[in-house]
Each structure stands twice: as C-alpha cells, then as structure tokens.
Design a protein around this ligand. Structure first.
Ligand code: NDP
Length: 339
C-alpha cells in the first residue's frame, strides 16, 4: 500500500522533500467483520488543498489536527468501497470525503463520507465541484455574500477550485464580476472561458488599490476573499456601503511566520460592511440542494470546470506544493487509480 507520509514538520513554504513515498506498508484487503463499522476503500482521486499547509505545522491551534509524522497525509478524496462493516456502504459504492494519501485506506468513521449517487458525471468532480469546493463556493457566495442582481463582485485566486465557481455563480446571479489571478494564462481563462467581465494579474500590479479603482470605479459590493493579506487591505479601501466580504481563505498568509496586519479594517465600521468567515462543513446540510442546482448546469454546459490533473500518487507532493506558487491551473487533483 503506497503512501505519501510527512517526514518532518514544516517552516515557511513546504517543499516536495518534506514528504516521502513509502512503499513498504501492507494492508489486508478484507476487513475483520463484526469488530467495527469501518469501511475499506481504494482511493481514486485526491484533492490538493491550501489548508493542508496548516496541518504540516506541529501545533496549529485550529479546528483540525496536525498530520502525524511518518503517517500518510489525509485530505479530501474520491474512493471506491472494497469492503464495508457499515450498513450505509457496500462493496462497489463510490464515496467522497476524508481519506488518506495512499492507495487503500481504512475509514474508521464512515459516517463522514458522502455516497456518490450520480455517476454519469466525471468521478473526479467529487474531489472539487461536486464535493467540498463546490459547496464552499455555493455556501460562501449565496449564503454569506447574499448577492443581488447588478452588484459588483470581486474574486481573488479566481482560477482556483473555489474561485472559478464563485465567478460563474456571480454571473448567473446577474452581477458584474472581476477576478484576480497570478499568470497571464489564468487571466485569459477568466475572461475567455469562465465568462468573468474583467480579470487582472495581481503580480503585475504595483499598486493593488489603483488596480481595483480601475476595475471598480464605483467600488465593490461583494468580495469573495481567498487570499487575505494585501489584497484584502486594498479591497477594504474600495468597498461600498453595506458591502459583504466572505472570508473564505487567506492563502497568501499560510506560509508566513508572521501574518501581515490589516490596516483598513475601519472601513468595515464606517461602511456597515458585513465580513463573515465561514467553514464549509457547517453548510453540508445544503449538499442535496446544491447537487440539484449544479448537476443540470454541468450537463447543460452552463458551468465550466477546469481540473489540473497530476498522474500517480508519487506526483502528489509536487502537486500540493505547487498550490502555494500558483502552479495549478484550476482544481488540483491527483489520480491514484481510475476505478
Ligand atoms: P486554489 O485551487 O485556488 O489554489 C490556490 C491558489 O492560490 C493558487 O493556484 C494561486 O493562484 C493562489 N495563491 C497561492 N499563493 C498566493 C499568494 N501568496 N497570494 C495570492 N494568491 C496566491 O485553492 P482552492 O480554490 O481550493 O482554495 C481557495 C481558498 O479557499 C484558499 O484560501 C482555501 O484555504 C480556502 N478554502 C476555504 C474553505 C472554507 O471552508 N472556508 C474551504 C475550501 C477552501 P494564483 O496563480 O492566482 O496566485
């Protein structure tokens, strides 16, 4: 059972060499029945996620634990049930949810897994648009941002798993939407493929405040924040009265020893802005409603979704590390096996 394990805890930016491919672990492909309700799965698609960096530090004082050194990393993925001690799952079912960065995993709390009912769409989508990332965009945009037709929306890390969907949801809601991303290729995708009204490369802007004034001469109603830091700072001085900010993630800060301060916070007060943090897992009760909306949109080609596929478990460390330099174009997925 090949596994990707964490060698040591990380300071600053993670490197491929912080992880190791362990080829020596073995696993029994039959569960000892009657002893637990665990489920044995074969992992198919693994999701690389920015938050995983926090778990590479020894203590994170957060709502999730650090990874255990020498043990496989864990995260979101899509898998096939090989054996089951749980009445909700049977051999051959496809599931998505928390699993290990390894070929086969024993899931001891299978209640956390979602059974995949619609298999007429690519299975890898459940590691993104039809899984945690789709729910993040959906709950964050519709519930937290409460969009109204005609509003001005800004999305950062806009080509990423979450950002590409938020921008398209904003267009479907009749909003004007601008995205930022870190390469020319990504800016072109935003304008020509995902249907954003405008897009810019934040790495080419000396002055983010001036860039936002150029794209939003009348200010921003909704900011879907994936990056935090200097971009959040600049948005705050361009936010409109009664603006809303969904504090989704702050990927620009995850590898810094000391987080950058936000100086413009007073605009939240003077402009009665609602800035709301949210954790997607608290919205999972809305998943059936989301599937009802998104599956027809995918099938009708009304939502575009781009994946960046890395082949083989051994490519997982590089794929994960690449998130922090923006190497991924679209949702970063690792293929461990195809069924
Ligand atoms: P992405 O697919 O967007 O990958 C990360 C992207 O972030 C990179 O491609 C890169 O794109 C950008 N990036 C990396 N470093 C920086 C930096 N220093 N400054 C600005 N941009 C940077 O990831 P996701 O869509 O999966 O996640 C987006 C955000 O949402 C993350 O912050 C994540 O932690 C958060 N999140 C929050 C959840 C919640 O429940 N609140 C759930 C899921 C995700 P570029 O080329 O544009 O720089």
């Amino acid at each position: 059972n090949k596994q990707i394990v964490l060698k040591h805890y990380v300071n600053g930016f993670p490197k491929e060499t912080d992880m190791l491919l362990n080829d020596s672990s073995t696993i029994n492909l039959n569960l000892p029945h009657g002893s637990s309700n665990a489920v044995l799965v074969k992992n198919l698609y693994l999701s690389c996620d920015p938050y995983m960096r926090a778990r590479m530090s020894p203590s994170i004082g957060s709502y999730i634990d650090s990874f255990t050194l020498g043990s496989p990393l864990s995260g979101y993925g899509v898998a096939k049930v090989i054996d089951s001690g749980h009445s909700n799952f049977k051999k051959g079912d496809f599931v998505w949810g928390g699993t290990g960065w390894e070929e086969y995993s024993i899931i001891n709390a299978p209640e956390t897994l979602f059974k995949i009912e619609h298999t007429d769409v690519p299975l890898s989508y459940y590691s993104g648009i039809l899984g945690m990332h789709g729910m993040t965009a959906y709950a964050g945009f519709y519930e937290v941002c409460a969009p109204k037709k005609g509003e001005y929306v800004f999305v950062s890390a806009a080509v990423g798993a979450v950002g590409q969907l938020v921008g398209q949801f904003a267009k479907l809601s009749g909003c004007y939407v601008v995205g930022s991303a870190g390469t020319k290729e990504k800016v072109d995708l935003l304008k020509n493929k995902f249907g954003f009204d405008e897009a810019f490369n934040y790495k080419e802007e000396q002055d983010l405040d001036a860039a936002l004034k150029r794209y939003f001469p009348n200010g921003i109603d909704i900011y879907f924040d994936n990056v935090g830091g200097k971009m959040l700072e600049a948005v705050l001085s361009n936010i409109r009265l009664h603006g809303r900010i969904a504090a989704c993630g702050m990927v620009s800060q995850y590898n810094l020893e000391q987080w950058e301060g936000v100086r413009n916070l007073s605009h939240i007060i003077t402009k009665s802005v609602r800035m709301q943090g949210f954790v997607v897992t608290r919205y999972y009760h809305m998943y059936p409603k989301y599937l009802e909306m998104i599956i027809p949109l995918i099938k009708q080609g009304k939502i575009i979704y781009i994946e960046d596929i890395a082949e083989g478990l051994e490519s997982a460390p590089a794929a994960l590390v690449g998130l922090y330099s923006g190497k991924n174009v679209g949702k970063q997925v690792v293929v461990v096996a195809r069924e």
